[in-house]
Design a protein around this ligand. Structure first.
Ligand SMILES: Nc1nc2c(c(=O)[nH]1)N[C@H]1C(S)=C(S)[C@@H](COP(=O)(O)OP(=O)(O)OC[C@H]3O[C@@H](n4cnc5c(=O)[nH]c(N)nc54)[C@H](O)[C@@H]3O)O[C@H]1N2
Ligand SMILES: Nc1nc2c(c(=O)[nH]1)N[C@H]1C(S)=C(S)[C@@H](COP(=O)(O)OP(=O)(O)OC[C@H]3O[C@@H](n4cnc5c(=O)[nH]c(N)nc54)[C@H](O)[C@@H]3O)O[C@H]1N2
Ligand SMILES: [Mo]
Length: 701
């Protein structure tokens, strides 16, 4: 169970002294916890939550409380590997041989040089948030690929639809403070499984509940979070905008509005009103697959239970209309003036509050040295399956000849796996993977370079949940044979002949470049391991949104100028389930609770809790297919076939199946995972993937 862990026993091996080192959890999670690592004789023996950091409150999740298991995992990669056999999994011994760092780095630099002489744009970095650290993330790597003039990666795989929606409503990824939820009287947990993926926020919710708050969860899946709320509204995937517009219909027709807030701090109300009046509850109920009365009651609760807060999360923006849906929901707090209260408003992401010095870290100015005035080609990470398989054309640019993967596992996590695998299997593609473990992606590498974990390197962290900056000091020396991402890119830069002084900045120096001392109290950060940003308790009580006008944009002129609908609308899914069609079931694939995307799938104790890859199905849908609980099933559509175990329970509503993610392909059944059936179509805004916009059929295997 993903519970908060505070009481793991210390396991000292001797009487030698134990000291502690302050750090930060590196994982892609809104909680961004402050960690304390206990070290004895150079060995990390325990990782705990920092009791002084308010959001962490001295507790970690089950996954990260086991961080030492990951760092000292017997399968940690500790030497560079060179491919000598065929690409892909299951080739066993003889696929890779151990080589020295010099041999690996020389060979990689030589190959990248040869390609770059023809066209550096044929080289692609591929990275995401394996670590959220700004230093081991894109600092030295960014400098390297900018100086090289490589193709740019559009990092869309998670949050860019929601980010675009917030940018076009509030001006940036900002919202109410996470700690504000403690005082809310109504909390809508909307497209968020907080108990699984935002556990420290859940503590605030529990406190609010004890103080009398009503909790309502809006999610197609009956999650562990939904079970603990007073009410669960199980709408169909991708229908949130219809629900939000219909709530507005009720607020407007009953005149449950804060006219003063609307007049002073919003723009476009008349346009939004016209749209909302097209959405009486009966119409929305039909689209959402819920009762009209539920919408009427929800609107009444929302208007009459101040302060009302919405914890929106990324689950609802992984469908075609994800951007519009986030915009629609994001308009609600202004209509009722919820922003006036510290415990009212909405939070999707706090990342826009952080004044990160991205250009200083990543140095996009260096691109000029390689490309002159030519713009670089941009590759969307969410369509890597298609793009690796594309030939050179005038529109596309050169064929991708080399990929350098770090902090990501695209073969497992990117949509439409069969195309991703086909791309990475290309014999003429040169692939380098920086990793802790031999992941599904590493199986396709030409060179695998062993990287440090968070206990072994410096880093600095922003958050997308709370509003504190965190510092991570190395608790232990790097395990013998492994290097930091930054050291690997420094060493490659030297071999490429990049002589700019920025390639010799140390990791601690990079940490100091990430924020200006005028924005963040760096002395406190270095002393305490965390430092809060100055964000007011009710940041938008008097407007002041980071838009050009300072107002919340209910209708957004910038969208209109881009030829898009300026007012949020319901945009139906690409793939709508239809009982009479070939693929009659909608499938969503939210995370399994004990994994972090595909990270931790290889930690035995956590995999033991998850058991095996599962597909949750409703009783009705299972019976119609003669499927019993525990049966092996095949989930399929035109894109692929995925084998897993059926779990028949109340978590799935009829018409929707839940394929929990994201297993390593090679640890699942028949070498596949759920992304075998997801597609590469992109969202209405933000060029993001549509993992939860997917129809399938299911059969007993
Ligand atoms: N334990 C754990 N924690 C994690 C992660 C993990 O893998 N495991 N992943 C991390 C990462 S990278 C991220 S981005 C976040 C993800 O966490 P969230 O932002 O919470 O997003 P998801 O888990 O994708 O989806 C949240 C909920 O939305 C529901 N949902 C799916 N489709 C829809 C829809 O159309 N409408 C509505 N209203 N709800 C829908 C899902 O059933 C799910 O319960 O969590 C982070 N934390
Ligand atoms: N079907 C389906 N697919 C999804 C999702 C879904 O909900 N459903 N969720 C999507 C989302 S929200 C996201 S964010 C993506 C996540 O996709 P990824 O960002 O690829 O995340 P992970 O699968 O956790 O892989 C991160 C890898 O980075 C490695 N790593 C960690 N730290 C370091 C380091 O310091 N150095 C190096 N070199 N490597 C490191 C880890 O070992 C791990 O293998 O997946 C997406 N895919
Ligand atoms: Mo994510």
């Amino acid at each position: 169970m993903n519970a908060l862990v505070t009481d793991l026993p210390l396991q000292p091996s001797s009487n030698a002294p134990v000291h502690t080192v302050l750090g930060a959890c590196p994982h892609d999670c809104p909680d961004t916890c402050a960690m304390v690592t206990s070290v004895q004789e150079g060995v990390a023996i325990q990782v705990r939550g920092n009791p002084k950091h308010p959001s962490t409150g001295g507790a970690l999740c089950t996954k990260v409380a086991r961080y030492t298991e990951r760092t000292y995992h017997p399968e940690r990669l500790t030497t560079p590997l060179k491919r000598v056999g065929p690409k892909g999994p299951g080739q066993g011994a003889g696929q890779f041989i151990e080589v020295s760092w010099d041999e690996a780095l020389d060979a990689i630099a030589a190959k990248l040089k040869t390609i770059a002489q023809r066209n550096p744009q044929a080289i692609l970095p591929y990275s995401y948030a394996g670590t959220m650290g700004l230093v081991q993330g894109e600092a030295m790597a960014g400098r390297f690929f900018n100086r090289l003039g490589a193709s740019e990666l559009d990092r869309t795989i998670c949050a860019s639809a929601g980010a675009a929606a917030l940018a076009h409503t509030y001006g940036a990824s900002v919202g109410m403070r996470m700690d504000g939820f403690v005082g809310s009287k109504l909390i809508l947990i909307w497209g968020s499984n907080a108990i699984a993926s935002n556990l420290h926020f859940w503590r605030h919710v529990q406190q609010a509940k004890r103080d009398g708050a009503k909790l309502i969860c809006i999610d197609p899946r009956r999650t562990e979070t939904a079970e603990k709320c007073h009410q669960h509204i199980a709408l169909l995937p991708g229908t949130d905008a219809a629900l939000a517009l219909s709530l507005m219909h009720q607020l407007i027709t009953h005149d449950w509005l804060d006219h003063d807030y609307i007049a002073q701090h919003t723009q476009g109300f008349e346009q939004l009103k016209a749209r909302a009046l097209d959405w009486p509850p009966e119409r929305a109920a039909q689209v959402c697959g819920i009762e009209a009365q539920v919408i009427v009651d929800l609107a009444r609760d929302y208007a009459h239970t101040p302060p009302a807060a919405i914890r929106l999360n990324y689950g609802m923006q992984r469908t075609r209309g994800g951007g519009n849906a986030v915009r629609a929901v994001a308009c609600l707090p202004a209509l009722v003036g919820a922003w006036r209260h510290a415990s009212g408003g909405l939070l999707l992401s706090s990342s826009g509050f952080f004044p990160k010095q991205k250009a200083a870290l990543e140095r996009p100015d260096l691109r000029r040295l390689a490309l002159g005035d030519e713009p670089s080609r941009v590759i969307n990470m969410s369509t890597i399956g298609n793009d690796l398989n594309r030939a050179a054309t005038v529109d596309f640019g050169p064929r991708i000849e080399a990929v350098v993967v770090y902090n990501s596992n695209p073969v497992a996590v990117a949509p439409d796996s069969s195309q991703v695998v086909r791309g990475f299997a290309r014999e003429d593609l040169f692939t380098v993977v920086l990793e802790h473990f031999q992941t599904d992606t590493a199986d396709y590498a030409d060179y695998i370079l062993p990287a440090t974990t968070q206990l072994e390197h410096w880093d600095i962290h922003a958050s997308y949940g709370h509003t504190d900056v965190l510092l991570n000091r190395p608790a232990i020396a790097p395990l013998a044979g492994v290097k930091t991402n930054t050291d690997i890119f420094r060493a490659l830069a030297a071999r490429m002949g990049f002589s700019e002084p920025c390639f010799t900045d140390s990791d601690e120096a990079l940490c100091r470049q990430a924020f200006l001392p005028t924005d963040v109290d760096l002395a406190a950060l270095w002393r305490d391991g965390f430092a809060p940003l100055a964000v007011a308790p009710a940041p938008f009580a008097n407007g002041g949104f980071p838009t050009a006008s300072g107002q919340c944009e209910l209708a957004c002129d910038r969208l209109a100028r881009a030829g898009l609908d300026p007012v949020p609308d319901y945009v139906p899914n690409f793939e709508v389930p239809d009982a009479h069609a070939l693929y009659p079931l909608a499938m969503i694939s939210p995370p399994a609770r004990n994994f972090l995307n595909s990270t931790f799938v290889n930690v035995q104790s956590l995999r033991d809790i998850e058991g095996e890859p599962v597909l949750e199905m409703s009783e009705v849908d299972a019976r119609a297919r003669s499927i019993a609980d525990g049966d092996m099933v095949c989930v399929f559509n035109d894109r692929g076939r995925y084998h897993c175990v059926a779990r028949i329970n109340q978590r799935a509503r009829s018409g929707v199946v839940n394929g929990l993610g994201i297993w390593w392909r090679k640890l699942g059944a028949r070498g596949t995972n759920v992304n075998e059936v997801t597609g590469q179509a992109l969202t209405d805004m933000g060029r993001a993937p549509t993992f939860y916009d997917c129809v399938v059929q299911v059969q007993r295997a």
